[in-house]
Write a protein that binds this ligand. Structure first.
Ligand code: SF4
Length: 365
């Protein structure tokens, strides 16, 4: 990270606009941020397109605060018409990559805006916002290096980075290699792969980039990743395999998709075939413009039990942030000037950083 860019990050923060909306869920806190990061882009509806990020504190995770950051403006799979069918981000225009500095900026400002250092100082950073992190790998990797240097200067530590991908084999291997070679120091990184189906035929239907990177290649890249990570002391060796629960989901006109039969789950377990490294996570479907029948808790529990019998540690995951439209697949980045809960973040939050601290922070390459 060049000094010039870092100074821009710390001193100016781009003058971005934020809309903020707090989740009405009483237990958890979810706050949506929308950033205007590039030349203003107007959509057909006349609204501006921005980049969304989220700040979360879950009732079960009071010891830590999480930020979900975006890595692209939109998603680059849109450019090749292979965006995931269930994801609203993929329905937006793709406007380009975000730089490492812009990624750090999102996380840092959200953490400071919510007083994280005064609370626990423990921050989880999830590359789970808008965009495919593996398609912007270099900048995401630079942002991890940047966070690792910058956070301690604000009395924070990263407890974990979540690298969440729809599955780009080369970049998964690259991440393993980088971890093995010590690029990220002591940072803990957990790989999440959005699998959602156990056959190519099924996965092509909902994650069309699978046509470029079929399941066999993807699985072999994850196993290679694991071989690298196994050689790193204290590395996070588990890989989360995210499996969204689709029930009669209308992936396109005339086609419906279901992956919640006991047989699908048995076959998923057989495909993974490694309870030591893989943690299947059954993810609640987040409401979007494409209909999906609901899946009851008892149905999900039954599927979970099948995986547990096969020796997998697993869980049912209900994302945070539904009522703020901030959950996975719901991010659209609409800048609505009339947003009821809008406030402008005080960017001066970083103005008083000491010169000496700045110098130290500028050691980032
Ligand atoms: S889920 Fe991720 S990879 Fe798929 S379209 Fe959305 S942003 Fe892109």
């Amino acid at each position: 990270m060049s000094k010039k860019n870092l100074l821009k990050l710390v001193r100016k923060i781009d003058g971005s606009v934020n809309n903020i909306k707090q989740d009405s869920d009483e237990k958890d806190i979810s706050i949506k941020y929308i950033w205007e990061v590039a030349d203003t882009h107007f959509r057909a509806d006349g609204k501006k397109q921005g980049v969304e990020s989220g700040y979360f504190v879950g009732i079960d995770y009071e010891d830590r605060h999480s930020v979900t950051v975006s890595t692209q403006q939109g998603c680059s799979w849109t450019k090749v018409s292979k965006q995931c069918t269930f994801c609203e981000t993929g329905q937006q225009d793709y406007l380009g990559q975000l730089s490492g500095e812009q990624i750090v900026q999102q996380g840092l400002v959200m953490a400071l805006d919510n007083g994280t250092p005064e609370k626990t100082g423990q921050l989880e950073v999830a590359f789970m916002g808008m965009g495919e992190p593996a398609a912007n790998y270099n900048e995401v990797a630079r942002s991890i290096e940047g966070f690792e240097v910058i956070l301690p200067n604000f009395k924070m530590n990263s407890i974990r980075y979540i690298f969440s991908t729809s599955g780009v084999p080369q970049k998964i291997i690259q991440l393993g290699k980088d971890l093995y070679e010590g690029r990220f120091g002591n940072a803990k990184i957990r790989l999440h792969v959005s699998l959602h189906a156990h056959t190519d035929e099924q996965r092509n239907e909902i994650v069309p980039i699978n046509k470029n990177f079929p399941i066999a290649d993807l699985m072999s890249s994850i196993r290679e990743y694991s071989r690298y990570v196994d050689m790193v002391e204290n590395a996070d060796k588990l890989v989360s395999i995210n499996y969204m629960l689709f029930n009669n989901y209308k992936s396109r006109p005339g086609v419906s998709f279901t992956n919640i039969t006991p047989q699908s789950i048995e076959e998923l377990a057989n495909l993974l075939n490694d309870p030591l490294h893989f943690r299947p996570v059954l993810c609640e479907f987040n409401e979007c413009s494409t209909p999906n029948d609901s899946v009851s808790f008892s149905q999900a529990e039954e599927l979970k039990r099948i995986l547990e019998k096969k020796g997998y540690k697993t869980k049912i995951f209900g994302s945070f942030g539904h009522s703020a439209n901030l959950a996975c697949g719901q991010l659209v980045g609409t800048i609505d000037e009339n947003c009821r809960d809008q406030k402008i973040v005080d960017y001066n939050i970083l103005k008083n950083v000491e010169e000496s601290v700045l110098e130290e922070m500028c050691q980032i390459k």
